[in-house]
Each structure stands twice: as structure tokens, then as C-alpha cells.
Write a protein that binds this ligand. Sequence first.
Ligand SMILES: CC(C)(COP(=O)(O)OP(=O)(O)OC[C@H]1O[C@@H](n2cnc3c(N)ncnc32)[C@H](O)[C@@H]1OP(=O)(O)O)[C@@H](O)C(=O)NCCC(=O)NCCS
Length: 218
Amino acid sequence: MIADHFPPMGLRLNTPRLQLRMPSDADLAQLADAAVSGIHDPEQMPFVVPWTDQTPGRLAQGVIQHNWSAMAAWTPENWTFNGVAVHEGTVIGIQDMTAKDFAVARQVDTGSWLAQRFQGRGLGTEMRAAVLHLAFEGLGADAAITAAFDASTASRGVSRKLGYRPNGSRLISVRGRQVHETRYLLTREEWERHRTVPVEIEGLEPCLPYFGLGELPD
Ligand SMILES: CC(C)(COP(=O)(O)OP(=O)(O)OC[C@H]1O[C@@H](n2cnc3c(N)ncnc32)[C@H](O)[C@@H]1OP(=O)(O)O)[C@@H](O)C(=O)NCCC(=O)NCCS
């Protein structure tokens, strides 16, 4: 099995309605379908890189290659856990968590999207809570950060519910227009105070060195 050679592929985060896992190729095919089904209203662009402004075929291929690329680039010093969100047996979106020099910095950054028809039911909160549980409970993080545009109401709602606080802002160009992005910070203390989603982690132990916590096997 691939997890025998690359343990993060065997990591599972289970919440009441979701399982998060790094994607198999079959999962990536479903993730591409989810992206093509629509993520946001076309007039809006919630992403810094407007990667959803593509034809369906290119969008699907881009989703697959982006995720292969993240998995191929994994090192203990610079990793991305790209957890597809599986709901009732189908991949409906993705929640990623990235860190650089985690062993020392103890900070993670997150990003996510769900197919539009699954939004607004609390699933976005559940999947963010899942990776935060991995970060704080499983890996011993001290802080998590994220960022969202002012128009990204749901993303900001998830951050607020889970205890993040605004932590600065920047102005950037998106689709050739000026956009105000707010950064958010979640401390370990606030994470503890806002834990509401039960999360179970499976298969973490062999992954720890891959997150920078201990020596990789020979
Ligand atoms: C961001 C995203 C993953 C959040 O997932 P979600 O399942 O829609 O969010 P939730 O249902 O968990 O909502 C969390 C909170 O946001 C708020 N919220 C959600 N949708 C909202 C809406 N349309 N209007 C106002 N508030 C909203 C609510 O306060 C909600 O809290 P509540 O459950 O107490 O009411 C999802 O909406 C998405 O994929 N959006 C498009 C892509 C995107 O914006 N990605 C993030 C880029 S920064």
C-alpha cells in the first residue's frame, strides 16, 4: 500500500459528517468533478489566484495537477496536508493545511473550498475544525493563520466561529481590481475555547517525522 511507503497517505481525520484524507487518484477525479460543478458565483472571486476562471476541462486538469504537485513536493520542512473532504462517500471539496519549518515555528496556514451545493450547512466549519485538531492536538501547534477577502462571508464566518481574531490586512490585485484581504490568527488558547466539533485522528504516529517531528525512517 502507498501508505507503507508514504504514511501521510494513510492519515484520516474523521468528523461527524466528513472524512479528510490525502487524495488517491480516484479521489482527485471526484475533486475535479466537484470543482467543475461550481465553487462560487462567477461574479465573485474568493481566491488570490483566480484559478477557477478556466474552461471546465482545464479547471479539472488544473485541480488534479495542483494536488499532485503539492504531494510530490512534501518535505518535513515544507509540507502541505491536502485533505479532500469526503461526505457520504463522495469528495465534495478540499481543506489544505501548510507549514514551513513546523518543528520550530509551530504555525500552520489553511485554505479550503467546497462544491457550491454543499456550502452553508456547516461542513466548511467541520473540515477546518478537522485540520485544526490535527495541528493543535496531533502535532502540537501554537498558532494557525488564514486569510479571506471581505466578500468571503462564509470563510470569515468559519474563522470567527472557531476563535480566530483579525490580525492585519493587505490590498492586492485580483482580476485586475483592488481587493482588501484580512488575515486571521488562531492561538492555541482560543482554539481550546472554541472546540465544538468532535474529531478523531487515525494513523498519525508513523506520519510524525513527515511533519518534521522526529527522524524519518531509513
Ligand atoms: C468557505 C467555505 C469552505 C465555508 O464552508 P461552508 O460550509 O459554506 O461554511 P459553514 O456552513 O460552515 O458556515 C460557517 C459560518 O459562516 C457564515 N456563513 C456561511 N455562509 C454564509 C452566507 N452565505 N452569508 C452569511 N454568512 C454565512 C455563518 O455565520 C456560518 O455560521 P453558522 O453556522 O453559525 O450560521 C465555503 O463557503 C466555500 O467553499 N466558499 C467558496 C470558496 C471560498 O470562499 N474559499 C475560501 C477562500 S478564503
